[in-house]
Design a protein around this ligand. Sequence first.
Ligand SMILES: [Zn+2]
Length: 269
Amino acid sequence: MNAELRARTLRHAYLRLSLMLAPALGVLWLALNGHGAAAVLLFCTVLTTMMIGTLVPRCALFGRMIKRLPAEGNLALLTIDDGPHPEHTPAILDILDQHGIKALFFLVGERAARHPELVREIVVRGHEIGNHTQTHPATTFWMLRPARLWQEIAGCQQTLTALCPEHPPRFFRPPAGHHNAFTALTARALGLRMMLWSARGFDGVLQEVPFITQRIASRLQPGAIVLIHEGTPVAVEVAQAVAAMMKASALKCDTPPASLPFGHHQVAA
Ligand SMILES: [Zn+2]
C-alpha cells in the first residue's frame, strides 16, 4: 500500500494522539497546584469519555460511521462477518440464492488469503465484500496504536483487492464494533467508510437461535443493517432463519447503494 499515504495518515494519527494527551497536562497542573479533587475528577471524566468512545459500538465520538441505510426505498442490508469459512460460506451462499438476497460479507484478510476461491465465489454470485481487518484481533483491536491499525486495515484491503481487483472493498467494519480515535481516520485514508449495524442477535456469543432471530426481527425495519456471523456453531442455522425472515418481509435486500449518508441520528443495537 502507498508508503506516502501511510506516512501521512500516521502523522495525522499521532497529531491527534498528542492533542488527546493535552488533558493529561491539565491533570498534572491541577495535582501540582494542590487541586487534587479536581485533578481526579478531570482524569476520570477524560478516561470515561475515551472508554465510551472506544468500546461502545454505536458511539461516533471518534469518527463518522454508517449505522443504517436511508429508510426511503424500503431497503435492508444483510451483513455477514468473519468469513470466509470453508463450510459456512458455500452453505450461506446457497441459502442467499434460494431467498434471492444479496449480502455484504465483511471478510478477514488472512482467512480470505487461505480461501481465495470462496472470495471470488461471493463476488461472482452478486454479493459485496467488505474489510474486516487482516487478522481480526477482536480483543485488542480497540487499543491498537496507529501503525498496527494501518497494518490491519490496509493489509486486509490489499489482500481483498488483490483477489478481486474489480470489486475492492468500500466499507470497513471494526472487530466487535470497537474503534479508537485512529480507526475512522485510517479507514477514511484508505477510501473506506466505517459501517456498524442496527440489528444484531449476538450470534457471535450466543447459540439460542430463537432468541437471536427474534432480536433481529424486532429491529428489522426499512433501513436496517443486519449483522450475523460465519464461524459460529449456529452460523448456517442463523443464516437460514434470518434470510427467510428478510425474504418474508416487504424489504428489498440488496448490496448497499452507491452512496450512503452517515447517520449520526441513528443508533446501532
Ligand atoms: Zn468480526
